[in-house]
Design a protein around this ligand. Structure first.
Ligand code: ZN
Length: 198
């Protein structure tokens, strides 16, 4: 009998919703106003969406044409949540690789960015994750990512640096070691601060 009981999901108040109510109340917000009545539920739902993992399967193909030049997708948009303030940051990633024996479906480069951005993040980790994922899944000659983002924890609070863009990069293989390949990658991913996003 206890197995049956354990299998039934508990029905009751949503702990996340209750926590939002407690947080807002502790901060002095009067949730009695009609327009705020449903706010805890909406906030809990919004954070659930932002924290939901993004799963996908990598589709790779044999490099039948022997492509050994840079394959680059620019301006892939992403949204994430800063792990220090729980505030959103967002921007674009430019992602490229020099194929080895396998090539990747181009849309999967966008999937890698979106999957890497999920969860509580810092921009540096997203950038590293993208480059490392490509390196591990494809075993390419080289891989790299440049990420440009605006952090609302920097623009709407604290230093209030509205319009500041943060750029991070991670390069692996020939894009790190070969000066010409590296220069080409950096030149082709350079947009001068979020230009690719606007
Ligand atoms: Zn932050």
């Amino acid at each position: 009998m206890s197995i049956v009981n354990d299998a039934i999901p508990a029905v009751g108040p949503d702990p996340a919703e209750e926590a939002v109510t407690a947080l807002l109340t502790a901060l002095g917000v009067d949730l009695g106003e009609e327009s705020l009545a449903d706010t805890p539920r909406r906030v809990a739902a919004a954070y659930r969406e932002l924290l939901e993992p993004h799963e996908f399967t990598a589709t790779t193909f044999p490099n039948e044409d022997g492509c050994d030049e840079l394959v680059l997708v620019r301006s892939i948009p992403f949204q994430s949540l800063c792990c220090h303030h729980l505030l959103p940051f967002f921007g674009v990633a430019h992602v490229g690789y020099v194929p080895g024996k396998r090539v990747l479906g181009l849309s999967k480069l966008a999937r890698v960015v979106q999957a890497s951005a999920r969860g509580l993040q810092i921009q540096e980790r997203i950038t590293t994750r993208i480059a490392d994922w490509l390196t591990e899944e494809l075993d390419p000659l080289g891989a790299g990512a440049v990420v440009e983002a605006q952090h609302t924890c920097m623009s709407v609070r604290g230093v209030k640096a509205v319009g500041a863009w943060t750029t991070t990069s991670a390069v692996r293989g020939v894009l790190r070691e070969d000066p010409h390949r590296r220069e080409e990658f950096m030149r082709r991913t350079e947009s001068g601060g979020g230009v690719g996003w606007r």
